[in-house]
Design a protein around this ligand. Structure first.
Ligand code: NAI
Ligand code: MG
Length: 359
């Protein structure tokens, strides 16, 4: 018998439960085909947890997550809770869970599916072959540095400070090298070392750590240049590692190479293999409960979990291949359909992916 892996499932609000249900069907099929064994435990999170437990992140939900090997998250939020005080808002639960689980890196793949090339605003020949991963530091940098206002010579001034220590840089850089080793062995480290002291430290650490990964081809790219090159030669990037704010901006830029938000997966990792896997999109209240949501982002997030947390690359590859095949066969949910009248629903897309998974 294979070892039983525990997955905490927190599907959240809006389309969250709909898209997570499709990913669970995919997980079940993977179990049957590849002989792996998973145990899922569901817990309340976000708006639904506020309604039923009076807090977006109940203690029991956190302990279900901590006892699991990985977490699959749908999405949270909605107009119903928008005017609540901060501690009773779904987004507060999101920040809380990442912190409580010690997640310091955010991984965002941007893959251009050949048959969806036309959906992007960039020329198909520029996008051809694009398959990259942005690794963004999540817990340091200017977003978390000391902030204050003061009176200066010319009136009111605002100050944000950007700080990084070697431990924070080294742990994410090592993770990025390890991810690059499992992909096409190319790493771009993005910084602004020509002007920022934190970037100079970042680059020193990258160079020192690179000695342990001689098989990975390393390039240093200044962030402004990287923003340009992502549009000019996206296919030449494999793994991009960068600090918090640069990563926030570059991962959104990279996401737009691929077209719809309904296709974008993500992972948040800490030390070791534990991770939280979720689609990039939100709870989409405008289409919730109508079988309209694209489940592919969540299904691809599950594939990331199987690869990164469990090392089940065969199953992850099979899920990704099934998604490609269903798209190549012309099936589209309405967010990616050119002819909306031919679009299929959330459940139908899930069923087609399940049927297309091959060992
Ligand atoms: P959103 O991502 O929920 O929706 C933006 C647009 O994309 C909408 O038109 C929606 O219908 C569409 N869309 C999103 N996912 C889709 C999918 N899988 N298939 C087809 N269409 C899809 O972002 P929005 O509207 O800004 O936020 C809605 C709620 O979600 C808010 O309460 C927000 O705070 C929350 N949110 C939660 C996130 C999370 O749980 N990680 C991330 C982003 C937003
Ligand atoms: Mg952003």
């Amino acid at each position: 018998m294979p070892e039983v892996k525990k997955i905490a499932v927190i599907s959240g609000d809006g389309i969250g439960p709909e898209v997570v249900a499709e990913a669970e069907k995919v997980l079940k099929r993977t179990e049957e085909l590849f002989g792996y064994s998973f145990e899922t435990e569901h817990a309340l999170f976000g708006g639904i947890a506020i309604d039923e437990k009076g807090t977006p992140l109940p203690e029991e939900t956190l302990s279900v997550c901590k006892n699991a090997d990985a977490v699959l998250l749908g999405a949270v939020g909605g107009p119903k809770w928008d005017s609540n005080p901060k501690e009773l808002r779904p987004e507060t639960g999101l920040l809380g869970i990442r912190k409580a689980l010690g997640l310091f890196s955010n991984l965002r793949p941007a893959v251009v599916f050949d048959c969806l090339k036309d959906a992007s605003t960039l020329k198909p020949e520029v996008l051809e072959g694009t398959d990259l991963m942005v690794v963004r530091e999540l817990t340091g940098g200017i977003y978390f540095g000391e902030k204050f206002r003061r009176q200066g010579e010319h009136g009111e001034e605002a100050v944000d400070t950007c700080a990084y220590n070697v431990v924070e840089v080294e742990r994410i850089v090592r993770q990025a090298f390890e991810i690059a080793q499992k992909r096409s062995k190319k790493l771009a480290s993005v910084d602004k070392a020509n002007v920022l002291e934190t970037s100079r430290l970042w680059r020193e650490v990258v160079i020192r750590v690179s000695a342990d990964y001689p098989d990975v081809e390393l390039e240093h790219v200044l962030v402004d240049n990287c923003a340009m090159q992502l549009l000019r030669r996206p296919a030449s990037f494999d793994v991009i590692v960068t600090e918090n704010m640069f990563g926030d901006i570059l991962s959104d830029e990279a996401a737009m190479l691929t077209g719809s938000i309904g296709m974008l997966a993500s992972a948040s990792m800490g030390e070791g293999a534990f991770g939280l896997f979720e689609p990039v999109h939100g709870s989409a209240p405008d289409i919730a409960g109508q079988n309209l949501a694209n489940p592919i982002a969540t299904v691809l997030s599950l594939a990331m979990m199987l690869r990164l947390t469990f090392g089940y690359s065969d199953a992850a590859d099979a899920i990704e291949a099934a998604v490609s095949q269903v798209l190549n066969d012309g099936h589209r949910t309405s967010d990616i359909a050119v002819d909306k009248s031919k679009a299929i629903g959330t459940r139908e897309m899930g069923d087609l992916i399940v049927a297309a998974i091959k060992k």
